[in-house]
Design a protein around this ligand. Structure first.
Ligand code: PMT
Length: 402
C-alpha cells in the first residue's frame, strides 16, 4: 500500500472479546505509516489493557471524557478534530444503540458525535443480538447517517454459537480504512444481483422451491456496496437482514424475478445471478387446494425463461456473471453454461449434501471466463464474496475500461 491519504486514525475500542483483534489492527495500521490514537470504553479495559494499545500505537491511550491533562480539558473535541478517519472496533450492541440515538455519555460516543471525518464501525456481538430487530434498526439508522459498516463476519463465536457477529478480520478493516473512495474497485458502477430461491405455486398452499437461503447473494451485495457500487438486489423469499443502502426488490416466483431483473438489467454495469431460479413451474396454479384422491397423480411443468441468458442477450448487456450449482461434472457443466448462455464469467459450486453451497455459512467456487479460470477455496461467504467481487472488477476493467 502507498502512503495513505488518511494518516490520522482514531480507533475506539469497546468491551468485547474481539478487543484483542484491535491490538492487531493497530499493529497493521502502524505498518502502513499511519498515526494511530486509541480510546477505550470502561468495559473495553476489562478485555484488553490500555498499556497494550499504548505500546502498539506509541501514543497515550484515552479513557476519560474530561481529560485534565489536555490544555482546555476538551480532549474529545481535539481528538475528533485530529482524526482523518474514526473506526469503532469492536463495536458492541450497546455502543451501536447509543450512537444511533445520539447519546454521548462516555468518550467513545462523544467522539462519535464530535467527528466530522468518515466514521466506520466494525461490530462484534453474539449472533442473536446482531439479528435482533432493534439492532438491525440501529444499523440502518446509522447507515442513513453516513456511517460505513465493516463486517461482521459469520462463523464460530466465542460464546459457542455460530452465525453472523464476529468482528471482521483486522487486515480487511485496515485495507478498507485506508482506501480512498475513488480507489474502491467498483466505485461508481451499478451492480444488479439476484439472490435466494423462487417459489413455483402448485395450488394456493403448496409450491416447488429449493434450499437456497440467499446468503451468497446477500454477501455479494454487501461486498459490492463496500467496493463502492450502487447495488440493486432482486431477492426471492429469504429470511435475512439487508442494509438500507441497497435498492432491494422482493419477488416470489421465477416469472416475477424475470420481470424484476430484466426491468433493471439495461441500466446495470454488472449483473450477478446468484439466485437459484426454478427451471420449471407448474403449467398453471390450481385455484383451490388440490384434494387427496387418486393413488398417483402427475404434475405438468413448463420450462421457465432463462433470466441470465436473456440478460446476456440484451443489446446493452451488462458484464454478466452466472452461477452454476452442480452435483457432478462441475467444470464441464459450468463451462458449457458459460458458453451456451454467452456469459462473461461463471462461478461454479458443489451443492450436494454437506458440500457448502446451499444454506451454509461457507462456500467454495471454481470461476471460469473466456480462456481463464481460478479456484476460490472453501471459506466464509462474506470473504468469498469479497474475493469474487475483486475478480469481477478486474475482468470488468479488462473488458470495458482499459
Ligand atoms: O443462497 P445460498 O443458500 O447462499 O446458496 C448459494 C447458491 C448455491 C444458491 C449459489 O451459490 C448458486 O449456485 N446459485 C445459482 C443456483 C442455480 O440455479 O444454478 P443453475 O446451475 O441451476 O443455474 C445457472 C445460472 O442460471 C444461475 O446463475 C441461475 O441464477 C441462472 N438461471 C437459472 C434458471 C433460470 N430460469 N434463470 C436463470 O437466470
Amino acid at each position: 500500500m502507498d502512503t495513505p491519504a488518511r494518516k490520522h486514525v482514531l480507533l475506539a475500542v469497546c468491551g468485547g472479546i474481539a478487543a484483542y483483534k484491535s491490538a492487531e489492527l493497530v499493529r497493521l495500521l502502524r505498518r502502513q505509516d499511519t498515526d494511530v490514537r486509541v480510546v477505550m470504553t470502561q468495559s473495553a479495559q476489562e478485555f484488553a489493557s490500555p498499556l497494550t494499545f499504548q505500546a502498539l500505537s506509541g501514543n497515550p491511550v484515552h479513557t476519560e471524557l474530561l481529560d485534565v491533562d489536555e490544555e482546555n480539558a476538551m480532549g474529545h473535541i481535539n481528538l475528533a478534530r485530529w482524526a482523518d478517519v474514526v473506526i469503532i472496533a469492536p463495536a458492541t450492541a450497546n455502543t451501536l444503540a447509543k450512537c444511533a440515538h445520539g447519546l454521548a455519555d462516555d468518550l467513545v460516543t462523544t467522539l462519535f458525535l464530535a467527528a466530522t471525518c468518515p466514521v466506520y464501525i466494525a461490530p462484534a456481538m453474539n449472533q442473536a443480538m446482531w439479528n435482533k430487530a432493534v439492532t438491525q434498526e440501529n444499523i440502518r439508522k446509522l447507515e442513513r447517517y453516513g456511517v460505513s459498516f465493516i463486517g461482521p463476519d459469520s462463523g464460530d463465536q466465542a460464546c459457542g454459537e455460530t452465525g453472523l457477529g464476529r468482528m471482521a478480520e483486522p487486515a480487511d478493516i485496515c485495507r478498507l480504512l485506508l482506501t480512498e473512495p475513488k480507489d474502491l474497485v467498483l466505485n461508481g458502477l451499478k451492480v444488479l444481483i439476484s439472490a435466494g430461491p423462487t417459489r413455483e405455486y402448485i395450488d394456493p398452499v403448496r409450491y416447488i422451491t429449493n434450499r437456497s437461503s440467499g446468503k451468497m447473494g446477500f454477501a455479494l451485495a454487501r461486498a459490492a456496496l463496500r467496493a463502492g457500487a450502487q447495488v440493486s438486489l432482486v431477492s426471492g423469499p429469504v429470511n435475512l437482514p439487508s442494509p438500507d443502502s441497497l435498492d432491494i426488490v422482493q419477488v416470489e416466483t421465477a416469472a416475477q424475478m424475470y420481470d424484476a431483473v430484466l426491468a433493471r438489467a439495461g441500466n446495470a454495469d454488472i449483473y450477478i445471478a446468484a439466485a437459484a431460479v426454478a427451471d420449471y413451474s407448474p403449467i398453471a396454479m390450481e385455484k383451490d387446494k388440490i384434494k387427496k384422491q387418486a393413488e398417483q397423480t402427475n404434475l405438468v411443468l413448463n420450462k421457465n425463461k432463462d433470466i441470465l441468458a436473456d440478460v446476456a442477450r440484451l443489446n446493452n448487456a451488462p458484464f454478466t456473471v452466472g452461477f452454476a450449482a452442480e452435483t457432478k461434472d462441475l467444470d464441464a457443466n459450468a463451462q458449457e453454461k458459460l458458453c451456451k448462455k454467452n456469459l462473461d464469467m461463471i462461478a461454479a459450486n458443489w451443492v450436494g449434501q454437506g458440500q457448502g453451497g446451499f444454506d451454509s455459512e461457507q462456500n467454495a467456487l471454481e470461476v471460469f471466463w473466456d480462456n481463464g479460470r481460478t479456484s476460490l477455496a472453501m471459506m466464509d461467504k462474506n470473504q468469498l464474496a469479497e474475493q469474487l467481487i475483486n475478480l469481477i472488477a478486474k475482468r470488468f476493467n479488462e473488458k470495458n475500461r482499459i
